[in-house]
Design a binder for this molecule. Structure first.
Ligand code: PHE
Length: 451
């Protein structure tokens, strides 16, 4: 068989833009504020930041190494690097995670499209905080509108994935991401200058150590994994498109720093406004959607900014959903020998069907619960807090212990051609620190070990 030529990213900025495009999305702007709000603010932020560096960066690096070495999709990479060993289970778990994430993520992504529509039609104008909340609640508990938006979003994702890695994924990430950052900064300035805003900054940055519990630790670990797009092979798949001369350590560090800074900026944009408008920080899934229109109301040029913001938010979500769908599509194409077109259609449409149930969890199916969570809540919680961290654990174990130091050194130094100063420390973190840290959080937070 003649090996099919694989698509690669065009250069350094292309890789960073695509990987950061995957990482930066609703995880930063929608999920981070709601999870931080529910888990004590400052205490959560502190634990979250430590996990980003002790666990997140090494796992991201490990995914890049595995993908670039194997030059295959997430499942195929393990099959190739560990023939006849069951490590490919990590790849299968990743595909399951991709299905579940995309199913609930497109619900929220659909909300951003509705909000873009409302922004365009000047729908926030003149509404009080209570009215804005009521509009949101009546929208999300409906069926037809949120489902249509969800399907539109899934269609957009599929269209870009269909175009292929370079033409599709890279092009969109490059231009619009920096613009999003700029806009969040402008909105943060408005938010922190609102009367009563100081309380929000205090909530976000002043850790109350008594609030740090194992449950908070698990939520922080899950948020770190979700936000960095690690633990399910999205970055193994992207790693397989990275050129051989790229310095992976720098790329992983830059992507993680960009992602984390944007989450913190989103916090600075949201929490001061939360307190200024008397909104409950533990509001949950709807937090950002209730807070943002209030900020636009108080801004000079709010109409213009609201349109721009929701366009950029939708694009940020899109660069993330394409990386999730790409996991599924690359697997279908390379392992099940489908054409890219069939793979994209089959993947996107089957996930869309599951996704509809997530959307309906805010309306007709809101009473359908398991362990006290709706379908949406269950998908969100289990993927972020169980599947991704568990996948991350297996990934560092695979690289650190199965492939071992020589492979790590070889990939990180590009075959000895570049110097990586912190190489020894990285190997140590991948082999010991990251797996131990993840295991401890699991064992204690799930009550497997009791203090
Ligand atoms: N990191 C993305 C976000 O923050 C979501 C995502 C999770 C993407 C897992 C890929 C894999 O929005």
């Amino acid at each position: 068989m003649v090996p099919q030529e694989r698509d690669t990213f065009s250069g350094k900025f292309g890789i960073i833009a695509a990987a950061a495009g995957s990482a930066v999305g609703l995880g930063n702007i929608w999920r981070f504020p709601y999870v931080a709000g529910e888990n004590g603010g400052g205490a959560f932020l502190l634990v979250y930041l430590s996990f980003i560096f002790v666990i997140g960066v090494p796992v991201m690096l490990s995914e890049f190494v595995i993908g670039r070495k194997a030059q295959l999709n997430a499942f195929g990479s393990f099959k190739k690097l560990a023939p006849d060993k069951p490590w490919y289970i990590i790849g299968l778990m990743g595909i399951v995670a991709a299905f579940l994430i995309l199913a609930f993520y497109t619900t929220i992504a659909g909300w951003t499209l509705e909000y873009l529509y409302q922004a365009l039609t000047n729908g926030f104008n003149g509404k009080s905080s209570d009215e804005l909340r009521a509009t949101f609640e009546s929208f999300r508990s409906g069926s037809v509108k949120p489902i249509i938006w969800q399907l539109v979003f899934m269609g957009l994702t599929a269209a870009i994935v269909l175009a292929g890695v370079k033409k599709g994924i890279e092009k969109y990430a490059k231009i619009l991401m920096p613009l999003l950052v700029l806009l969040i900064i402008i909105m943060s300035i408005r938010s922190v200058t609102l009367p009563g805003a100081a309380k929000g900054l205090e909530f976000l940055f002043k850790p109350d150590f008594s609030k740090i519990t194992w449950k908070v630790a698990l939520e922080a670990l899950g948020q770190a994994a979700f936000s960095l797009s690690i633990g399910m092979g999205a970055l193994i798949t992207y790693g397989s498109y990275i050129q051989k001369d790229n310095k992976l350590t720098t790329t992983a560090l830059q992507v993680s720093i960009a992602d984390t800074s944007i989450a913190i900026l989103a916090g600075i944009m949201i929490f001061p406004a939360v307190f200024a408008f008397n909104i409950d920080p533990t509001e949950g899934f709807g937090l950002v959607f209730i807070v943002l229109p209030n900020i636009f109301q108080q801004m000079v040029g709010g109409y213009f900014f609201s349109i721009l913001f929701f366009i950029l938010l939708a694009v940020a979500a899109l660069t993330s959903t394409i990386s999730v769908l790409e996991v599924v599509v690359a697997y279908f194409v390379e392992e099940l020998k489908m054409t890219r077109k069939v793979a994209t259609l089959v993947g996107a449409s089957s996930i869309a069907v599951i996704g509809v149930f997530c959307t309906l969890s805010f309306g007709p199916l809101s009473e359908t619960t398991l362990f006290g969570k709706t379908i949406f809540g269950l998908f969100d919680w289990t993927t972020a807090n169980l599947l991704l961290p568990f996948g991350a654990l297996l990934i560092v174990l695979f690289l650190g212990w199965y492939l071992g130091k020589k492979v790590i050194t070889d990939e990180l130094t590009n075959g000895g051609t570049i110097k990586v100063r912190i190489l020894g420390a990285l190997v140590f973190i991948i082999k010991f620190i990251a797996p131990i840290a993840i295991s401890l959080v699991f064992l204690y937070s799930l009550g497997i070990i009791k203090l």
